[in-house]
Design a protein around this ligand. Structure first.
Ligand code: F1P
Length: 342
């Protein structure tokens, strides 16, 4: 089997996974609405590990923007070992994401949260038989996100999309909730559009460092794509908020650097300016955005619900780079698909 065929198929099948998840969320809409934080909780905390923590970061930023509720994200290990630095006395909805549903830190954080009676727990996972899927006050399971590769792709984007759908429900934006149904088709088109780009960038041996820039609801996604580049291709890769990149990290930019911007529409001028400056310093740049960018989505969708579309583009770039380095993305070096502590 050619290297990475499982991962490749999982990346390409994301639109179908999203379709199945959205159907389930539509059917379970009452659960989503019943959880409604607006009425019951002073704050929402999101948590997970690795990719699932980056999902939590992205979900917290978007959910706060849409609902106006206080939303924060912490690695599960921080909630487990340093709860006083994270929780306040207010009644909390904890949203825990996990592909496997058996990552030790995530389970420990959720068990401590419940035993300390801090509020209610909503779990988002892909395997209904695993411990996390039975732990929550509310449990949403998305089998279409199941995957056998180690580095998360389909699971991450599917669980992330679930948080976007819940944010739409909790903010009463049923127009946005309904518009999510257009994402699978957009995803198929963008995957096809991204393939040649990934095949051009991936094998480019003149590139040695990758910087992923994202702000607001896109910072967590920048972190996730940076992790993909590390996990799949063992490349030096780092995420930053757009404007933060100027405050020191830009000193690392050379012609061997690719600065990839998950650019917004709302703050286009500020974010494009950072990429232009890096280009002026001799760095290479790649601007991804809905419109007015070398790689554009052109979905016509509201900015709040199209962020998931950045993921397949970055995943394919990391995948092609791994393949060009003779690595097997299906079996990344030194990685396990789940971290279980004794
Ligand atoms: C969390 C995780 C992954 C990471 C690696 C090890 O898994 O940290 O994000 O990429 O595969 O496990 P999960 O809790 O989402 O199953």
């Amino acid at each position: 089997m050619p290297n990475g065929l499982i991962t490749y198929q999982e990346i390409l099948s994301q639109p179908e996974a999203w379709e199945a998840a959205l159907k389930m969320l539509k059917a379970e809409r009452t659960t989503g609405e019943a959880i409604d934080p607006a009425r019951q909780y002073e704050q929402i905390m999101y948590t997970g590990c690795g990719s699932s923590y980056y999902l939590a970061l992205a979900a917290a930023a978007l959910t706060q923007a849409l609902t106006g509720r206080s939303c924060r994200a912490f690695p599960a290990s921080e909630l487990w070992l340093y709860p006083a630095s994270a929780y306040t006395a207010s009644k909390t909805l904890l949203v825990a994401a996990s592909r496997s549903g058996e990552t030790t830190e995530t389970l420990r954080a959720c068990q401590a949260f419940l035993s300390d009676r801090r509020g209610d727990l909503l779990t988002l996972s892909c395997y209904g038989e695993m411990p996390l899927a039975k732990l929550g006050t509310f449990n949403l399971v998305f089998p279409s996100g199941q995957e056998s590769s180690v580095a998360q792709t389909r699971a991450l984007s599917t669980l992330y999309l679930a948080t976007v759908a819940l944010a739409c429900l909790w903010s009463g934006r049923l127009d946005l909730f309904d518009a999510l149904a257009r994402l699978p088709e957009a995803g198929r088109r963008i995957l096809a559009q991204a393939l040649p780009l990934a095949k051009e960038i991936g094998p480019d041996a003149s590139l040695e460092r990758f910087y992923w820039l994202g702000s607001g609801p896109r910072y967590g996604l920048a972190c996730e794509l940076s992790l993909k580049m590390k996990e799949m291709s063992l490349s030096h890769s780092e995420p930053f908020h757009f404007m933060e990149f100027r405050h020191g990290p830009k000193s690392m930019v050379t012609p061997a650097s690719l600065v990839i911007g998950l650019r917004s529409t709302a703050n286009r001028s500020s974010e494009s300016a950072v990429l232009e400056e890096m280009k002026g310093m001799g760095g290479r740049t790649l601007e991804l955005a809905e419109a007015d960018a070398p790689f554009q989505f052109k979905t016509g969708l509201d900015e709040a619900i199209q962020n998931v579309l950045y993921l397949p583009v970055g995943q394919l770039i990391a995948f092609e780079r791994a393949r060009s380095k003779g690595l097997d993305p299906d079996r990344p070096t030194n990685l396990d698909s789940v971290v279980k502590l004794s």
